[in-house]
Design a protein around this ligand. Sequence first.
Ligand SMILES: C[S@@+](CC[C@H](N)C(=O)[O-])C[C@H]1O[C@@H](n2cnc3c(N)ncnc32)[C@H](O)[C@@H]1O
Length: 316
Amino acid sequence: MSYPISATPTCFVEHTALAALSERVSQAGVKALLVGWGEYAKHLINLHPANVVAVCDPDKRYWGIKFRGVPLLSLNETVDANLIVVCEYKHVYEFLGAVTTKYSQVPFYIPPSLDYKPTWEIKPFEQELIYQELYKDTHDAPASMMSKEKVQFLLELMRLGLTFQGDVVEMGSWQGGSTWYMARLLSLLGEKRKLFAMDLFETHMMDPTATMCSDEIRRRLDAAYCNCEMVTGLVDDPNGLARIPGAICFAHIDLGPIIGAMEFVWERLSPGAPLLLDNYGHIQAPTWAFDKFFAAKGTRVTRLPWSEQGLVFKRH
Ligand SMILES: C[S@@+](CC[C@H](N)C(=O)[O-])C[C@H]1O[C@@H](n2cnc3c(N)ncnc32)[C@H](O)[C@@H]1O
């Protein structure tokens, strides 16, 4: 089968990327293992059927099917290939790493761009399988006051926190938006630890942001992770704090500097574990109150140039 690349629909394939891929796969003697099932792989099989030995994809729904006789395989299966060719943008990082680790003697080729996006810069939130899984479900996420980028940094820090002992605590959950992302990621990671979400929730009265429906939040968080616990009340209320039984591996504080609450978190945070402040760079927080608190603990808040978040590590 033959057709000009310029005739393929530009909404599904970037012509320069397909042309670059086609040029590599068409070389005499090539036995290509394509990484990622999609439009590029289908066109390459159409155009160079004799030079493609298989397609490798992490999505098990595709394993075992064939396209024009070319099999779609999991990474557990081994083929005799002499060129690995990356065909999907979402697999440029993690899955490609797994494939090239397995086929360590086989050279690989990545076109300079795919889907109109440059491939030289790693994008973990698009190219890590766990984040791909997480972002599939985001229509279920409650509203969040946090930007996508702030939530992503929160998730990355929580993953670091999970290398320490203890539960995860969030103070200031509002409608459970940031909590939901943490909950979903904990579930995808197969975690069992508790995620405590602390807020006034529906008991917050006479505030223009008091749109927290506790039943709705509970239902959404329970669907995201079975070990999520809502703690309703003031975050420095000893009764609420008493529900957190032991060590904390990561805390997200998305409200002002409430000393009693911060003392509790600091005391329980595992040595070396991270603490993320969200309102840190907000003048109404106010920032200097956080600075004073952490200076007294012998440390300081690291400012993040791209957001008002502040990062602190518990001293050993
Ligand atoms: C900035 S919002 C949290 C935003 C949330 N993380 C998100 O993703 O949308 C701050 C929250 O802190 C809560 N809050 C403020 N002061 C509080 C206090 N002393 N005790 C408990 N909750 C408090 C408010 O009810 C509000 O929902």
